[in-house]
Design a protein around this ligand. Structure first.
Ligand code: AMP
Length: 210
């Protein structure tokens, strides 16, 4: 099953993807995780994208499309994947259609007020990229990831100025993808407001597995 997870930053796409990987046994590909790993490794890609990402802006389409095209050419994604954070623009969606056929686009629907609350308290594992939250999902050991023991930190782009910018960018450049995929008849909506377990159930129902 080839899935896209669509929705604003803070909708819970990454958290849900980690659960969906267990349910569906397919790899999770997050362009945000790939970029953050490149930044941590100070690779040429990381050096190129750091300032853009910290400011809450989008990396250019050409760079992002090339990265995903290369990843989707690998053997482990032949039968399925979850694309989280890609596509984020219409040109990215058009490029994707030329190299992979997506089955379903899951649109995580959530108002800005909840997004702001979630992103302000979000913490991320530096090693495995899992998400936590200071109120809703605190790691069992302060500052350490429950899954791999890595350091849990606040992303630079989860600062208030960058959050505002990311929401603006989402509304202007990514939200048009909702109609793009709805018109193709492959979009399903999932209410992302409830606690994680309920969203997991909503997600399974949307895929006809509830
Ligand atoms: P995310 O972890 O999905 O919130 O992504 C973090 C940041 O990485 C975004 O705010 C963008 O700066 C960049 N990014 C991730 N995916 C894309 C994409 N598909 N197109 C452009 N920039 C992206």
């Amino acid at each position: 099953m080839k899935l896209i997870f669509l929705g604003p930053p803070g909708a819970g796409k990454g958290t849900l993807a980690a659960r969906a990987v267990e349910i569906l046994s397919i790899p999770h590909i997050s362009t945000g995780v790939i970029f953050r790993s490149a930044i941590a490794a100070q690779s040429p890609l990381g050096i190129k994208v750091k300032a853009i990402i910290d400011a809450g802006k989008l990396v250019d389409d050409e760079t992002t499309i090339a990265l995903v095209k290369e990843r989707l050419a690998q053997d482990d994604v032949k039968t399925g994947y979850i694309l989280d954070g890609f596509p984020r623009t219409i040109p990215q969606a058009e490029a994707l259609a030329a190299f992979s056929e997506v089955d379903t686009v899951v649109n995580f629907d959530i108002p800005d007020s909840i997004v702001l609350e979630r992103l302000g308290g979000r913490r991320v594992c530096r090693e495995c990229g899992r998400n936590f939250h200071v109120v809703f999902n605190n790691p069992k050991k302060e500052g350490l990831c429950d899954y791999c023991g890595g350091e849990v930190y606040t992303r630079d782009d989860d600062r208030p100025e960058a959050i505002q910018k990311r929401l603006e960018v989402y509304r202007a450049q990514t939200a048009p993808l909702i109609d793009f995929y709805r018109n193709k008849g492959i979009l399903v909506d999932v209410d992302a407001r409830p606690p994680v377990e309920e969203v997991v159930e909503n997600f399974k129902k949307a895929l006809g597995r509830g």
